[in-house]
Design a protein around this ligand. Structure first.
Ligand SMILES: [Mn+2]
Length: 477
């Protein structure tokens, strides 16, 4: 087995730490069963995919479990023996893990660690290396750094690393590029021909889908009134852009448009996004940017575009089809039809939620805007809805709070995002923890600077808003 030195990646300390995880995995590969526990979003599924594929290639025995969060209930339900690899979770639940395990644990995560103490575990987290886990590398990326140290043949898994980073919206560089270690992974993958970078309209299906369908399917950015609404997309293209959508009896695709037609489409689209779409200027601009094409996926499939791949995984994860998402990550393409169907339903659901919110469901109080999805909005989707609002013009300078009832946790899921144009320094993860503790509750869940989630008892939603608003007000001065 070759442990290659990467041209693109400098021999960071991070790589030598990855090697220590490799040594551990190789030592246990023949004797132990691996339990991989991961988060249900796109990055979590992609990270699990990287680890599972790596283990499969080693001929190791494994088992996977995809969860909404790493709670005590989840931990106590796990097998009592074997090696445990936690991906895209664990760093924020160190004390919990420490309570139940004293060995055979690997944590591969990019969320801010609960403490600087790595405990007795192999704990791989970019924060320990002075890197920003919010923007520079995802969990799938971290898992990939381990995998590529095991075997050069695993470099094809860079595709999943990129899907994970985009799933976590780490494309914060100029022209929606990935930066930091993510960018180094991309350049490595470009060299080996796994990925191609193209600057274009970020439409899902730019190469193959009829233009109205590509527009309808575009979810990143989510365009209120167009995303997920086919009839509205056709109407927009016919009445405002005025381009022929067909050539003979065939639908035209985005890549077939002349330069002139494309510019007209862009300018009308931006006008729409800033007008009726209610999007912020930066979000409207984000319709053009770097598209990461996964060249080994067949043309015309959603897995060919990394962002659409990430959307599909999110759809699977958040509609309880985690096995399906995982199978897709592991390369099973026989079930892609089913996954595409799930993504379609998810898209329609998001569009429906956004329409519902338009009916005066979003309330504004000082620096905060909030909505309560109660039983109507699925608690697994409330974070996505909150994210979409964070780039919507009326709310872009606010802290956005979404509530939804979670049957599984018998509590209210709280999802918070920082508006795209909030200028002051707010660390949402820290703020939420503070406010929830102040309410006499213990903080369950986790978060980054720009996004945080938590659970509170039903009936205390308005109280949380009061506390949050007071705290934000006092920090202003
Ligand atoms: Mn993640």
């Amino acid at each position: 087995m070759k442990k290659g030195d990467f041209k693109a990646l400098p021999p960071h300390q991070i790589i030598s730490y990855a090697r220590s995880i490799v040594d551990f995995i190789l030592e246990k590969a023949n004797s132990h069963i691996f339990h991989v526990v991961s988060h249900l979003d796109a990055d979590g599924l992609a990270a699990a995919g990287v680890v599972l594929k790596t283990l499969r290639r080693l001929g190791a025995r494994f088992h996977a479990r995809i969860v909404h969060q790493l709670s005590e209930r989840v931990i106590t339900s796990l097998s009592k023996s074997g090696v445990f690899i936690f991906t895209d979770l664990g760093s924020g639940q160190l004390s919990l893990i420490n309570k139940f395990f004293n060995e055979n644990v690997v944590i591969i995560d990019h969320h801010p660690p609960e403490s600087e103490n790595k405990e007795n575990f192999l704990h791989f987290n970019p924060h320990f290396f002075g890197l920003d886990g919010g923007t520079e590398i995802s969990s799938a990326g971290m898992a990939y750094l381990v995998s590529r140290e095991i075997d050069d043949a695993n470099r094809d898994l860079a595709a999943l690393a990129v899907v994970g980073g985009l799933g976590d919206r780490q494309d914060k560089g100029e022209g929606r590029r990935l930066t930091g270690l993510n960018a180094e992974i991309v350049s490595e993958a470009t060299e080996s021909g796994v990925i191609e970078e193209v600057k274009d309209l970020i439409f899902f299906g730019r190469e193959t889908r009829p233009i109205p369908v590509a527009l309808e399917y575009t979810m990143d950015p989510f365009i209120p009134g167009l995303s997920g609404d086919h009839a509205a997309c056709v109407k927009f293209l016919v009445e405002r852009v005025k381009i022929p959508l067909r050539s003979g009896d065939r639908w035209r695709t985005l890549s077939e448009l002349s330069q002139d037609e494309k510019s007209r489409l862009v300018s009308e689209l931006v006008k729409y996004m800033l007008g009726p779409g209610g999007m912020s200027a930066s979000e409207a601009q984000s319709i053009i940017g770097t598209v990461y094409v996964l060249t080994r996926e067949p043309l015309g499939t959603p897995m060919r575009d990394s962002r659409e791949f990430a959307f599909l995984l999110n759809a699977c994860g958040r509609t309880r089809k985690t096995g399906l998402g995982l199978a897709i990550c592991m390369g099973d393409r026989r079930i892609s039809g089913e996954a595409i169907k799930v993504a379609g339903e998810y898209r329609a659901k998001l569009a429906e939620y956004l329409k519902w919110l338009e009916k005066d469901k979003v309330k504004v109080k000082g620096d905060i805007c909030w909505f309560n999805g109660e039983h109507y909005i699925d608690d697994r989707m409330v974070g996505t809805v909150t994210s979409i609002l964070s780039s919507s013009r009326p709310y872009q300078d606010k802290v956005i709070v979404g509530f939804a009832y979670s049957e599984e946790e018998a509590a209210v899921k709280v999802s918070t995002r920082l508006g795209a144009e909030v200028k002051k320094e707010v660390n949402l993860g820290e703020l939420m923890r503070y406010v929830i503790n102040k309410m006499g509750l213990s903080f369950v869940a986790g978060g980054h600077d720009l996004a945080a989630g938590a659970y509170i008892p039903a009936g205390r939603e308005e109280e949380l808003i009061e506390h949050l608003s007071a705290e934000l007000g006092s920090r202003k001065n």
